[in-house]
Design a protein around this ligand. Structure first.
Ligand SMILES: Cc1cc2nc3c(=O)[nH]c(=O)nc-3n(C[C@H](O)[C@H](O)[C@H](O)COP(=O)(O)OP(=O)(O)OC[C@H]3O[C@@H](n4cnc5c(N)ncnc54)[C@H](O)[C@@H]3O)c2cc1C
Length: 386
């Protein structure tokens, strides 16, 4: 078992770190304060291959393993949590298109998606179907060579500013087997977008509701077979959970380093606050949490890459653990900044606001426990640990 990075992996890390330090970090505070969606930065990420990290080569992507992609995302999240998180959602939707659409549809959409000059959203959640996503009710009725779409999706990242929506819709009976996935061009007549939601964090990407009223989309734009959509959506989410967990760990690393710099500089009671053992113990626990979370993510990613039957359980465990740890570390880092941590001029309150939502989306951390517990009860602890 070798935990060190290969030369190729180190090269990905170096290139992501340079991009993160040079492009993302300098913009992050302003994009947050002014709620700007940095499309130019995303197109620049596309030039490095980061907008199609694990999209198949056939569709123009790098076809990286999930482990390699997570090394890149970790660095990007250090620079801007929110932009890195959107980039991962775009990657998830783009790889689904590259994997499950016909050659003609791939040729039509993937080159620009992979380049980052067109952007994609992932549309699963509905007003009445959140954690219970399989109960979704937005319908697609066949009419000749088209589907006719009616219903609505909520909390869609990027919506209103993206070009393509990957939408999970009901084409059959109730339950997961009645769901299909469809590529929907964002400007299709019959689609309307809600107001830009005002959020606690993730302000550098828009979140909107999407409504469909008799919107017509060619049947040829379907991903996979009719009825396969929920399985495709869940497959995407296994990797999505690794991505969002990685965004937490990358941000926590940045917050920890910033806290280290601050406690060495800030003096109280005639000495640097770094000299108090209470400060050092807090930093030691933060570092331990970051490393533990990162190792868990890498283990889950390698299980997903190896198609291990327990991969879904490990992705759920990594997502639950790393997003909780990431938020906790950012919050402790804010504490070490004292009152300055609470002031917008310093990055700590942004790190806390941005990592909070990771405990909620891509399946809440309670739903992660449901997934883990179900497997534990079915198979026993030793079978999962093995
Ligand atoms: C900023 C943001 C961006 C998002 N982006 C996207 C996106 O791009 N695409 C998309 O499809 N969705 C997106 N989402 C939606 C997100 O995935 C959902 O909000 C999430 O899955 C939870 O659904 P819900 O909000 O309806 O909460 P609910 O499902 O109503 O849950 C409410 C509470 O009940 C708990 N709960 C529910 N069921 C159980 C259970 N069985 N056992 C124990 N507790 C339970 C939950 O854990 C939670 O604490 C986004 C959300 C946010 C906030």
């Amino acid at each position: 078992m070798d935990f060190s990075l290969t030369d190729e992996q180190q090269a990905f890390v170096d290139s992501a770190r340079a991009f993160s330090d040079g492009v993302l970090a300098p913009g992050a505070a302003r994009w947050d304060a002014e709620s700007l969606f940095p499309k130019e930065a995303l197109a620049a990420a596309g030039e490095l291959g980061f907008m199609g990290m694990y999209t198949p080569e056939r569709a123009g992507g790098l076809e990286l393993s999930r482990l390699d992609a997570s090394l890149i995302v970790e660095e990007l999240a250090r620079g801007c949590t929110t932009t890195a998180a959107f980039l991962t959602i775009h990657n998830m939707a783009t790889s689904m298109i590259g994997r499950y659409c016909s050659d003609a549809v791939i040729d039509e959409w993937c080159p620009e998606l992979v380049a980052g000059t067109r952007l994609a959203s992932y549309c699963l959640t509905e007003p009445g179907a959140g954690s219970d996503a399989a109960s979704l009710s937005t319908r697609a009725e066949r009419d000749g060579g088209d589907y006719v779409l009616n219903g609505s999706k909520v909390f869609i990242s990027g919506a209103g500013d993206t070009d393509v929506l990957v939408v999970m819709l009901r084409t059959g009976d109730s339950g997961p087997k009645g769901v299909s996935a469809l590529l929907v061009p964002a400007d299709t007549p019959g689609i309307s977008y809600g107001k830009k939601e005002e959020k606690m964090g993730w302000n550098a990407q828009p979140t909107r509701m999407v409504s469909f009223e008799n919107a017509r989309v060619p049947v040829a734009y379907r991903l996979g077979e009719e009825g396969q959509g929920f399985a495709i959506a869940m497959e995407g989410l296994d990797g999505g959970r690794i991505n969002i967990a990685t965004c937490s760990v990358g941000t926590a690393q940045q917050a920890l380093q910033e806290a280290m710099d601050y406690v060495n500089e800030r003096r109280q009671f005639g000495q640097a606050i770094a000299e108090f053992q209470a400060t050092q113990f807090k930093l030691a626990d933060m570092l331990t949490d970051v490393v533990a979370a990162r190792q868990m993510i890498r283990l889950a990613a390698s299980k997903l890459d190896g198609k291990d039957p327990q991969a879904t359980t490990y992705c759920a465990m990594a997502k639950r653990f790393a997003t909780d740890a990431g938020f906790r570390v950012c919050n402790e880092a804010l504490q070490l900044f004292g009152g300055y941590g609470y002031i917008r001029e310093y990055p700590m309150e942004r790190h806390v606001r941005d990592t909070r939502v990771h405990q909620i989306l891509e399946g809440t951390n309670e739903i992660m426990r449901v997934i883990i517990a179900r497997r534990l009860m079915m198979e026993g602890a030793l079978e999962v640990i093995r």
